[in-house]
Design a binder for this molecule. Structure first.
Ligand SMILES: [Zn+2]
Length: 114
């Protein structure tokens, strides 16, 4: 925890990591077993901004502290991956979570009669 506190008092804001984790969880948990619930697509609600902050924190933490934080982030990342599909139209330089989304038919061929 001391590494998190130190990081939040230098390069981030106090409480930022916990708040980002909660926001990423809130973006990832709604939905069914196989589909993310449609939500507001602004960076905060879609999870992009909080996941970006978590990524920044993970990169800045010392290795031993990073693994503790990553253990909290990983189950959410796994769920997000399970509920989304890769967007073939997303620019390759976007972070991985922005290159995924709820499939709107981007990877399936058009069906006859539609
Ligand atoms: Zn929003």
């Amino acid at each position: 925890m001391t590494a998190v506190v130190a990081l939040e008092h230098t390069r981030l804001r106090p409480g930022e990591i916990a708040a980002s984790l909660a926001a990423w969880r809130d973006a990832v948990l709604p939905g069914t077993l196989d589909r993310l619930a449609p939500a507001c697509m602004c960076p905060e609600c879609s999870g992009d901004a909080p996941r970006r902050r978590l990524d920044r924190a993970l990169a800045a933490l010392p290795r031993w502290a990073r693994s503790h934080l990553y253990a909290l982030v990983l189950p959410l990342d796994r769920r997000f991956r399970a509920l989304t599909t890769p967007d073939p139209h997303a620019p390759p330089d976007w972070p991985w979570w922005r290159r995924r989304g709820v499939c709107r038919g981007w990877s399936s061929p058009p069906r006859p009669g539609r």
